[in-house]
Design a protein around this ligand. Structure first.
Ligand SMILES: [Fe+2]
Length: 235
């Protein structure tokens, strides 16, 4: 299974995974702004796009999932409890999706949002905003449907996953190198915490530093209703 991170700028990360032999491919967490580039890449590599997957209902960018799904007829995959419209395939912990012989599995990890999930292959775990690399910690829990207690409880999922999986998260600061789950257990401050109180204090400090999510009032309704507004202020 091949994996490429597709975004050349910004902090949001988008991943293309594909099987060399069958050319079946999937895009995870596409950003609407770059959809034309993603489709060019799929064509350039001569791939068949089977699905696009959103790890959760994003608040900081418009997802490219419904646009790509409408343009290519591929599935738009999300966790079954998502409030987002436009999804064509709902998954839960019993779902196994095939991508050219590779099995893709899903784990519910609510907290950053209620509909957050992990997307797991034999070599990678796509964590969305549930888990970032190293000092990045985890995503914030103060946005719509976010709950600190749920996020803290969801971290137990780490015990179910093999440590060799490479963590491909939804956001990273420029220059951050991808690392395995085992590496993150040693270097991610949140994974080293032992009490919920420590976690609450980390979340409060982090969200204070991050401040207001500039695109939320446009991006969140667009994602919930699967509709890009006529005027996207940043495009
Ligand atoms: Fe998010």
């Amino acid at each position: 299974m091949q994996m490429h991170q597709l975004n050349e700028s910004g902090w949001a990360k988008t991943y293309l995974i594909y099987d060399d032999k069958t050319k079946k491919s999937a895009i995870i967490d596409p950003v609407y702004d770059f959809v034309a580039d993603y489709l060019d890449k799929v064509e350039e590599l001569d791939l068949e796009l089977v699905m696009c997957i959103a790890t959760h209902t994003h608040a900081d960018h418009i997802t490219g999932c419904f646009t790509i799904s409408e343009a290519t007829n591929c599935d738009y995959v999300m966790w079954h409890s998502t409030p987002s419209l436009g999804v064509t395939k709902f998954v839960d912990e019993s779902s196994v999706l095939d991508l050219g012989g590779e099995q893709i599995k899903f784990y519910h990890v609510p907290g950053h949002t209620e509909d957050s999930m992990l997307v797991v292959t034999s070599s990678h775990v796509f964590t969305g905003d549930f888990l970032f690399t190293g000092d990045g910690g985890v995503g914030r829990d103060d946005l719509p449907s976010g709950r600190m207690q749920s996020h803290w409880d969801s971290l137990q999922v780490m015990h179910k996953l093999p440590g060799h999986l490479l963590v491909c998260s939804g956001h990273e600061a420029p220059g951050v190198k991808m690392q395995t789950l085992d590496w993150n257990k040693e270097h991610n401050p949140v994974l080293k915490m032992t009490t919920f109180e420590e976690y609450v204090s980390w979340q409060k400090n982090t969200t204070e530093q991050l401040g207001y999510v500039s695109k939320i009032k446009v991006a969140l309704p667009a994602n919930l209703f699967a509709e890009v507004p006529d005027d996207v202020p940043w495009l």
